[in-house]
Design a protein around this ligand. Structure first.
Ligand SMILES: [Zn+2]
Length: 105
């Protein structure tokens, strides 16, 4: 078994799992239900980890996840902060520069 990657976003984790299911890659998640315990554990040990069961499929699994991630990013184009003019990644819900919250684009 090999770790594909560590995911720090539960919504994205679901999308990766669905993508792997679609291409028939057996996988499992470590730490998926440990989220409520954040604060009691070292920070990085609390993130869910996506693992592939069959090591021969690791490369395909990583490729699938990369494509899934690209598709997710494409759904959310970069946006300009109205407050300070900073460009933000589409996955951010508030401006990393001034923490101004997005208001419907
Ligand atoms: Zn801003």
């Amino acid at each position: 078994m090999k770790r594909i990657f560590t995911c720090n976003n539960h919504l994205e984790l679901q999308a990766f799992k669905e993508a792997l299911n679609r291409v028939g890659i057996q996988h499992f998640v470590k730490n998926e239900y440990i989220f409520g315990a954040v604060g009691e554990l070292p920070f990085t040990e609390a993130w869910p980890e996506l693992w592939v069961v069959n090591e021969d499929q690791l490369e395909q699994a990583q490729q699938t996840c990369r494509e899934t991630e690209q598709a997710m990013r494409a759904d959310k184009p970069e946006w300009l902060c109205r407050h300070c003019g900073e460009t933000n990644d589409g996955s951010f819900e508030f401006c990393w520069q001034c923490e101004h919250i997005v208001q419907n684009g």
